[in-house]
Design a protein around this ligand. Structure first.
Ligand SMILES: *Cc1c(COP(=O)(O)O)cnc(C)c1O
Length: 472
């Protein structure tokens, strides 16, 4: 049959849409998505004919057409943003959603977003209220500052603070603290955006108190300390602590700002994790304004939290940037619920997923590793890999505690009949993607970030990956 005649064998869109297997999809897939999928799959057949498909190959493609359309349409119809299994052991995984929110917090978010609320309403007086009032007391009470303000993220918080306190003025920062964190947040550039002028003092490895003092002049608007959250300078070093800067800021009457980044509220050294400066320490050291993230070590929703002197916080509220950076009610609901756990440290550790994962005992990790291994061995009969449990280290992530190594347990798969790279790729392409770590040609699944209800997904993904290898 000539190429031209082959084209006449291709069914038309109107015809395909009336096939039972296709028309029944319209119950849950919008017609437009369905028609687009049909058009794409028909176009694919046309391209194949152009490349020399013969009549027999063509009829088998037409036989397969409805299956391909269904897969295509279901793909198009599924959410782009969807859950994955984090088996990397990196707890605050920036690419996988940073901090997780507990079920109880979700309940509060659900109530607040499916019903009307007093978001900006003063129930007592029956007048207009402020969305920030819901967080002010609870945050200030827990971290000890006079007042608090919450914006979209910590990058916005730093920009707002600088723009309010130091616009057209100089801000003194140590050269050892001119950080860049993921997503192009660089202190010098943020400062430029805020309209303040960066004055660098000291050197990369050493900055002394006198360096700060020598730089203070008429134009100085603030002293800024930036926590080097995602790197450490080691060896011959010296930095000036906020506590030491306190006398200086008193003497010259200029505000002292500290960007803490992670915003840990509990001294985690009790749980075998290196000491990380807490927000409470900063306030106690006399820092006037502290900024930190809501979704790093705090374990809440994405937010930037500003705590400190009332006069400065009030000035920030009047800055138009506050309106541009304002948080929505989901964030306020989730953040209030997260902060409330911190009234009781044990409750916080138990209920905030980030803290729970970071402080998990090695016994619990090992227990879970055996359970996962069992689950895999039971579900997958024809084992095409060696499976073992090994000691490894997990990371905190999120640019927090970069040198910390948390002892953990991993289930390790050593593939016998396929490359670890293609196995890992298949796991990622499962309906709920499983993201593991490849090391020395083996696949590592770190139990620290795996939930118990992930076990069945993981075995499903392994099964899928092995079958795909056989072309099933
Ligand atoms: C993470 C971090 C930021 C940015 O916080 P986001 O909440 O991601 O905007 C700013 N400063 C420091 C020191 C950080 O660690």
């Amino acid at each position: 049959m000539s190429e031209k005649n082959l084209y006449t064998l291709i069914p038309k869109i109107d015809e395909v849409i009336s096939w039972e297997s296709i028309s029944e999809l319209m119950e849950y897939i919008p017609r437009k998505i369905l028609v687009d999928s049909i058009r794409e799959e028909i176009e694919e057949i046309r391209n194949r004919i152009k490349m020399g498909l013969d009549e027999i190959e063509l009829s088998s493609m037409i036989l397969e057409l409805d299956k391909k359309i269904i897969i295509n349409a279901e793909n198009k119809n599924s959410y782009n943003l969807r859950p994955v299994v984090n088996a990397t052991g990196i707890v605050i995984h920036t690419n996988l959603g940073r901090s997780l929110i507990g079920e109880e917090i979700l309940e509060q978010m659900k109530t607040i977003s499916t019903r009307y609320s007093n978001l900006e309403y003063n129930i007592e007086n029956g007048t207009r209220g402020s969305r920030y009032s819901h967080l002010e007391d609870v945050v200030a009470e827990i971290v000890g500052g006079e007042a608090a303000l919450v914006v979209n993220n910590n990058a916005a918080a730093v920009l707002l603070v600088l723009s309010t306190l130091a616009k057209n003025k100089e801000v003194i920062v140590s050269r050892g603290e001119l950080i860049e964190i993921g997503g192009a947040f660089r202190i010098p550039e943020v400062m430029e955006q805020s309209g303040s002028k960066l004055v660098e003092v000291g050197t990369t490895n050493k900055t002394h108190l006198r360096d700060y003092e020598n730089a203070i002049c008429e134009q100085t608007g603030a002293l800024l300390k930036v926590h080097t959250s995602n790197y450490r300078i080691m060896g011959f070093t010296s930095a000036v602590e906020a506590k030491e800067l306190y006398d200086l800021k008193k003497k010259y009457d200029i505000p002292l700002i500290e960007d803490l980044g992670s915003g840990v509220l509990i001294d985690l050294s009790k749980y075998g994790i290196s000491y990380e400066p807490t927000v409470i320490d900063s306030i106690n050291n006399g820092v006037d304004v502290v900024t930190f993230s809501g979704d790093k070590l705090l374990g809440g929703p994405q937010a930037g939290i500003i705590v400190g002197k009332r006069e400065y916080i009030e000035a920030m509220k009047k800055n138009p940037l506050t309106r541009a950076f304002r948080v929505d009610k989901f964030t306020i609901a989730a953040l209030e619920a997260t902060f409330r756990y911190y009234y009781d440290e044990e409750l916080a550790i138990k209920n905030i997923p980030t803290l729970r994962m970071l402080t998990m005992s090695i016994d619990e990790l090992e227990d879970n590793a055996y359970k996962l291994k069992d689950c895999i061995e039971k579900k997958i009969s024809n084992l095409e890999f060696r499976i073992s449990i090994e000691d490894e280290f997990s990371e905190v992530g999120g640019g927090s505690l970069p040198t910390e190594k948390l002892p953990t347990k991993c289930v390790v798969l050593d593939l016998l009949n396929m490359s670890v790279a293609s196995f890992e790729r298949r796991l990622r392409r499962f309906e709920t993607p499983v993201i593991g770590r490849i090391f020395k040609d083996r696949l590592y699944l770190d139990l620290r970030t795996i939930r118990l209800d992930d076990f069945n997904i993981i075995t499903g993904a392994i099964d899928y990956a092995l079958k795909a290898n056989k072309g099933e």
